[in-house]
Ligand binder design. Structure first.
Ligand SMILES: NC(=O)c1ccc[n+]([C@@H]2O[C@H](COP(=O)([O-])OP(=O)(O)OC[C@H]3O[C@@H](n4cnc5c(N)ncnc54)[C@H](O)[C@@H]3O)[C@@H](O)[C@H]2O)c1
Ligand SMILES: [Zn+2]
Length: 400
């Protein structure tokens, strides 16, 4: 009989340690459903070139409306490439915009659609839409069968230059944005400029705020380029928008690879400059303010704060606010004046919420120079209030 002594009954530690490698291509193309465009086929077949790939296709309803021939073009593309791909059953049109992240029945329906199509880990879900619908379909795809292949076709400037090329997806819950989600790198990403032809101006502009942001914290040359091209960008000249998207996407991709923390295990979100206030303003306005519009305000606020806090040279905040204004952003929202019952500014709740999302100590990215982000661990709310008043004064001068 085995004798259990005190020594053998004590805790034993066996170390587990392994790494999982991720790689995925990001393509830039035009007119992905032109039957002669090889991009989608290359993306689907990148692991098994000789297989017929089964694909469940989801389309954002905003895209379906703006691009009425899309479904037919997808069908024709699939027909032409029938040896290598099969669109299983009909294309599924899902709600676009934040509503898909708020309503959990939408995620359930996507899961049902994946199930009805018998999508398995070697078949694929393909999502065509804006950042919100990509987040929701990406989340459903990440939990279905514990993760099926997911190809993204982002259709907004923001999703092409930022969210679509990254590794995160999420939906909102219990009043909190992006509360439920996971880090799940896509199987491939295809940025197709043709979708931007039908994108409303407000949405086009929104995505440019992320480019200003990443230029400010990582790449002074890119920020200077945006300043030089601001008028062309404000007119949405395709050549300028194309350069902006590519450079911004590359900087976001580089951060994931070289930043050392692709799944955000630490306390910092280095690319979320301007975002603590932005997320709160989005919530306070019930998404009346779009993500990019809120980010533009958050950037202007935190740049002025960086100057008042002695981190950044005086005058840089004017440069930043000017370029955002030239791109067409308004750098004020009345939500700044909302107060809680004790008289505190509600936007300041954004600081605690930002911290809670990651855990650990408060970590906010500010600017130590143009092109140079810096992390701080405390925020002086009086300086935030002064920064808000600076934005108000500028806005009142612009809109008397
Ligand atoms: N996962 C991430 O890393 C990450 C990063 C940043 C932002 N996000 C999320 O992205 C979302 C915002 O995404 P967004 O700015 O792309 O907007 P969006 O997805 O909310 O789309 C905005 C509107 O445009 C419509 N639309 C999309 N493409 C269109 C097209 N080509 N033509 C016509 N209409 C079109 C949509 O139907 C929607 O009504 C937010 O939920 C934000 O939290 C996620
Ligand atoms: Zn953002």
């Amino acid at each position: 009989m085995l004798e259990v002594t005190a020594a053998t009954a004590g805790p034993r530690e066996y170390q587990q340690s392994f790494e999982v490698r991720y790689d995925y291509p990001v393509y830039f193309t035009r007119d992905v459903f032109d039957p002669h465009n090889p991009c989608l086929m290359t993306a689907l077949a990148r692991r098994e070139p000789d297989k017929r790939h089964r694909v469940a296709v989801f389309v954002d309803d905003g895209v379906a409306l703006a691009y009425p021939t899309l479904e037919e073009r997808i069908a024709r593309y699939a027909e032409r490439h029938a040896r290598s791909m099969q669109v299983v059953d009909s294309v599924v049109v899902v709600p676009g915009g934040e509503v898909i992240k708020h309503r959990h029945d939408c995620v359930e329906q996507i899961l049902k659609d994946l199930s009805l199509r018998h999508i398995d880990r070697q078949s694929c879900s393909l999502a065509i839409g804006g950042g919100a619908m990509l987040d929701a379909v990406g989340f459903a795809s990440a939990i279905f069968h514990r993760g099926v292949r997911h190809v993204r076709l982002p259709t907004t400037v923001l999703s092409q230059d930022d969210s679509g090329v990254g590794v995160k997806n999420a939906v909102n819950a219990f009043g909190a944005k992006n509360l439920l989600g996971m880090f799940a790198p896509p199987f491939a990403v295809i940025n197709d400029t043709a979708f931007l032809d039908v994108l409303p101006a407000r949405e086009k502009r929104g995505g440019m705020a992320e480019a200003v942001k990443v230029g400010l914290i990582r790449d002074a040359g890119f920020f200077a380029w945006i300043e030089r091209e601001a008028d062309a960008l404000a007119r949405f000249e395709p050549a300028a928008v194309d350069v902006l998207i590519r450079q911004c996407a590359k900087l976001h991709m580089r951060q994931i690879v070289t930043g050392g923390d692709p799944f955000e295990r630490g306390s910092a979100r280095p690319l979320d400059f301007g975002h603590w206030a932005a997320h709160k303003l989005e919530a306070l306005t019930r998404n009346e303010l779009r993500h990019g519009e809120a980010v533009a305000i958050g950037i202007a606020l935190d740049t002025r704060y960086s100057v008042l806090g002695g981190l950044l040279d005086d005058g840089a905040e004017v440069r930043v606010a000017d370029v955002l204004t030239r791109l067409g952003f308004r750098l004020w929202d009345d939500a700044f004046d909302l107060r809680d019952p004790r008289g505190g500014r509600r936007v300041l709740e954004g600081l605690a919420e930002f911290q809670e999302h990651l855990g650990g100590k408060l970590t906010i990215t500010l600017l130590a120079g143009i092109g140079q982000g810096i992390e701080v661990h405390a925020i002086d709310t009086d300086l935030v209030a002064r920064s808000i008043e600076w934005l108000r004064t500028r806005d009142q001068r612009a809109h008397p």
